[in-house]
Every structure is written in structure tokens, then in C-alpha cells.
Design a protein around this ligand. Structure first.
Ligand code: SAM
Length: 447
């Protein structure tokens, strides 16, 4: 049996009781793996038959699936590169189920990198509302941004701010806020047994303090009547139920929302649910709270409006160039920032927040008096919206070459052309004389 530290076993047996031995025995088995489907691009009916491995529906999320085989290098699969799905530990998807995102919601994902839950939220929003994803650690925020682009999230913002600063600026703005807090990660131990050595009671205590402090900030961002979901991938009561109870005792404006989900097990607070390896997932805790009273900062005056901007003749030129690539796009939301062209989200709050990495979609850049479209633009559109598409079947050898950054044969007319596999856009290139000059970003190329 896998040797777990004595202190940890002592702590965990206070939670798992008679199941502690079962939990220890599970360390000799493979951890659960899963994926969630990106509804911005795909449907289960269309996507699942294209995947070269067996999947099984997971109970934790409407579009969550177990990966039933030991597949390696999933990140290199073309449909993964195309953003049709996100690889995610199955029970990690449960927090977004509790958040119950509805179309049109404005949602803040406060601790968002690498972006699994943001991908789910965007998928539930189906291109409506607003997703604001924040990650305080700068290099992790870059990974978040890259995943945002891969998933094709257009109605969103990626920032790297301190929670207190962001939530003060956007106080009372969001319908739903998710705090998927940094934690001692006990639910990751089967997947990553080396992490066990970092576990200590002091670490658990320090995590609990940090979690409470993030929640204090998050509380401000929730509008009156809005929902706050707190989640961790750990089992510790100190980091889960105790944090929720302390938060509620210090925030009279919040109330617990009792949850009865068809997964996991009851937690010591009725607004929470626990998932353990004995419940079909590696381990997660999520709790749901509602803000009874407070500010509702929503107002039409808050949003970015093109009508308030100074007209820029360059924008008209760019609009024309973009019309040669895309059949349709929201002209009124094009915005020029230095030499970068953005298509802003429709619900973009016009507030000053330093630390915004991206608002909406980077459509392209104005370089040497020319418009150059970006990879992100292509990833945010369906193939039907392009004037030129190179459609590749899954067994076409050109897919591998394209993902390695090579030039490939192309039978479209000249111009910027989307490359798609099975109807999912992979990226783009510039077609000329029967060849596609590859524009797949260097950092993403397969080696
Ligand atoms: N929600 C993410 C997902 O589904 O992919 C996982 C988030 S992870 C559990 C917690 C994140 O919180 C980490 O990316 C970490 O860098 C970030 N973090 C660390 N310290 C933080 C702090 N003091 N305030 C806010 N976030 C913090």
C-alpha cells in the first residue's frame, strides 16, 4: 500500500472514517481522467465519435466525460488544439455545476488559471453575457490567456490582478463569482504522489487563511441576489467547511444555499458538497452562497460604447480588411489599442483596471501599413464565418504538417484562409499559388 504520512492519515481519518483504508488502497489504481466539451465549438453528439478513445459520461457536469483509456499526448490531438474539448479531472467540473451559469450572466472566475472552469463557464454562456477570468500569478495568467484563445472565448476578459483590487473596482457587478481557491491539494495526491511530501498541518492552516482573505475580496464583486461559489481540490475541513462558516459569520449579507446534487456526498455544511476518490473523482469541495443585500452596480452607462469614442479613419480601413476575412463581425465593437485591434466583448465594463491582458478577441495587428489577422481571431469563429476555409479530414497528412508550422497544399483562392479539421478551426495561413503559408503560432507548434 502507498505510504502516506502519519499526520495526514490522522487528519484524513477524521473525515473518511471507516473508508480511510479504502482511500489508501485506491493509491494503487490509476487516477480518474476526464474532459469537458466546449459548446462554443462542439456538441457531444458530433465530437465524441471523433475521439480515438472511449469516454463515459461523468455525473459532475452536463458536458463532463471520463477518459476510459490510458491515452498519452492528448494535448497534441488536433481536436484538442482546435479547442473542441478541455482535459479536466472529472470532479473539478462540479463547482461550475453549482454555479449554475445561465445565458446572459456576468461571471467572475477569480482564481482562474489554467482555465478549466473558465472553459466550462464560457461553454455554459454560449457566447452571451461576460466571463471575466483573473489569475494573480502573471505567468499562469499567460497560460490562461492561451487557453482562452484556444477555446475561442470572445465575450470575455483575462486579467492578472490582486483579488482585492479587482473586486473593489468591479464591486457589485457580477451575477456569479467563482473562487476556486489555491489549496493544499489533497485531491491531487493520487495523480501526483510527490505532492504528498509538501503536505503539513501548517500548510493547511496557511491555505485556510489565504482562502478566507480571497473570499472577503470576492464578496464585494457579487451583486445583490448574486451567487458566490467557493471550491477547492482538497479534503481538509479547515480549508473547506470551516472557511465557509467563518466567511458566513463575518458576512451577514450572505446566506448559504442548500445544495442537493446527484453526485458526491453531504458536507458538514448543507450548502456544500464533497467528492472523494470513493465517489468517482479525485477530490473536490464546493459550496454555494447567495448575497442577500448590497450593491447592484449594473447600469447601461457602465459599458464600453463605440459611440463615445473618437472616430478613427484607420478603423474604417481595418474594417474593410477584416471584411475580406470574415463574413460577419460586430463593427461597432472594433477598438484600436496602439497597433492592436480588438473586438471588445459586448458587455465590456469601461472601468480602469490595470492588469488586463486581453478584452475580447485580438483580431489582429496593424503592421507596416497592413492588417495582419491573429490566430485568436480564427480560433474564435466557426468555419462558416470565413470566406476561405481549407477543410481537412481527420486522416489528412497535412494536419500534422500544419500543426508543425509547415507550408501545405491548399486549393482555396488566394488570401487569409482558415484551416479546419472535421469542421473545427485549427488556425490559419495565407493561401497563394496553391500553397498555404503557415501562420500557426510558433509557441503552439508541435515538435
Ligand atoms: N480554476 C482553475 C482551473 O479550473 O483551471 C484552477 C485554479 S487553482 C486551484 C488556484 C489558482 O489560484 C492558482 O492558479 C493560483 O496561482 C491562484 N492563486 C494563488 N494565490 C492566490 C491569491 N493569493 N489570490 C488569488 N489567487 C491565487
Amino acid at each position: 500500500m502507498f505510504e502516506l504520512p502519519k499526520d495526514y492519515i490522522e487528519e484524513i481519518s477524521g473525515i473518511f472514517g471507516a473508508e480511510t483504508e479504502t482511500y489508501q488502497r485506491l493509491f494503487s489504481q490509476e487516477p480518474y481522467r476526464g474532459l469537458s466539451i466546449n459548446r462554443l465549438k462542439a456538441s457531444p453528439e458530433k465530437l465524441l465519435p471523433l475521439l480515438p478513445f472511449e469516454t463515459k459520461k461523468s455525473p459532475f457536469y452536463r458536458d463532463g466525460y471520463y477518459i476510459m483509456e490510458d491515452v498519452q499526448g492528448l494535448g497534441r490531438h488536433p481536436l484538442h488544439q482546435a479547442g473542441a474539448f478541455y482535459v479536466q479531472e472529472p470532479s473539478a467540473a462540479s463547482a461550475v455545476t453549482l454555479l449554475d451559469v445561465q445565458k446572459g450572466d456576468k461571471v467572475l472566475d477569480l482564481c482562474a488559471a489554467p482555465g478549466g472552469k473558465s472553459a466550462q463557464i464560457a461553454s455554459c454562456l454560449e457566447g452571451t453575457g461576460l466571463l471575466w477570468s483573473n489569475e494573480v500569478v502573471r505567468n499562469r495568467a499567460q497560460i490562461l490567456l492561451s487557453n482562452f484563445e484556444r477555446m475561442g472565448i470572445a465575450e470575455g476578459v483575462v486579467s492578472s490582478c490582486y483579488p482585492e483590487t479587482l473586486c473593489d473596482t468591479l464591486s457589485g457587478f457580477f451575477d456569479k463569482v467563482l473562487v476556486d481557491a489555491p489549496c493544499s491539494g489533497e485531491g491531487m495526491f493520487r495523480k501526483n504522489p510527490e505532492a504528498v511530501s509538501e503536505w503539513s498541518r501548517e500548510h493547511v492552516r496557511a491555505c485556510a487563511e489565504r482562502q478566507l482573505s480571497i473570499l472577503h475580496s470576492a464578496a464585494r464583486a457579487v451583486r445583490a441576489g448574486g451567487i458566490l461559489v467557493y471550491s477547492t481540490c482538497t479534503f481538509s475541513r479547515e480549508e473547506n467547511e470551516n472557511v465557509v462558516q467563518k466567511f458566513l459569520s463575518e458576512h451577514e449579507e450572505f446566506e448559504p444555499v442548500n445544495v442537493q446534487e446527484p453526485f458526491g456526498r453531504a458536507s458538514a455544511v448543507p450548502c456544500g458538497v464533497r467528492i472523494t476518490p470513493m465517489d468517482g473523482g479525485e477530490g473536490h469541495f464546493a459550496a454555494k452562497l447567495r448575497r442577500k443585500s448590497g450593491e447592484d452596480a449594473d447600469s447601461p452607462a457602465l459599458y464600453f460604447s463605440a459611440a463615445k469614442q473618437k472616430p478613427d479613419p484607420l478603423l474604417r480601413t481595418i474594417q474593410q480588411e477584416l471584411s475580406a476575412v470574415l463574413k460577419e463581425f460586430p463593427q461597432e465593437r472594433l477598438c484600436l489599442m496602439n497597433d492592436r485591434i480588438l473586438i471588445l466583448p459586448s458587455l465590456y465594463p469601461a472601468v480602469t483596471v490595470s492588469g488586463i491582458l486581453r478584452a475580447g478577441v485580438l483580431a489582429g495587428e496593424w503592421r507596416r501599413n497592413r492588417f495582419e489577422p491573429s490566430h485568436a481571431l480564427f480560433m474564435s469563429q466557426s468555419p462558416q464565418n470565413f470566406h476561405r476555409v481549407l477543410s481537412l479530414s481527420p486522416d489528412d497528412k497535412r494536419i500534422g504538417d500544419f500543426l508543425r508550422g509547415l507550408e501545405i497544399d491548399c486549393d482555396t483562392v488566394s488570401g487569409y484562409t482558415a484551416a479546419a479539421v472535421s469542421g473545427y478551426v485549427l488556425g490559419f495561413g495565407k493561401c497563394s499559388g496553391g500553397r498555404l503559408k503557415n501562420k500557426y503560432p510558433k509557441g503552439l507548434r508541435l515538435t
